[in-house]
Design a protein around this ligand. Structure first.
Ligand SMILES: [Zn+2]
Length: 90
């Protein structure tokens, strides 16, 4: 299995951003890390761990390294995963 590769910088990490979500019966996680220099806790934000129903109005993908919009590239990558191997070259 091939990882996703950012067409801009070559990174394999990406972030999916879902906006305008309707949530029901969701479990959210927020992690706090101690910042030694600032002498305060920093939160990376709230993460949805589980949801009975999650309906986003919009979704986009951002490269985790260069933060460019890679929505189309991720969609193409996911489509290539869903397609059977022998149909990929068609
Ligand atoms: Zn990138």
């Amino acid at each position: 299995m091939q990882p996703f590769t950012c067409p801009h910088c070559g990174s394999h990490a990406y972030t999916i951003v879902l906006s305008g979500c309707s949530l029901s019966n969701a479990t959210l996680h927020e992690t706090f890390q101690w910042n030694e220099q600032e002498q305060e806790y920093a939160s990376s934000g709230t993460v949805v761990a589980d949801a009975e129903e999650l309906t986003p109005q919009d979704s986009e993908a951002l490269c985790a390294e260069c933060e460019k919009d890679v929505t189309d590239a991720v969609a193409a990558y996911e489509a290539s995963l869903a397609a059977p191997e022998d149909a990929a070259g068609a």
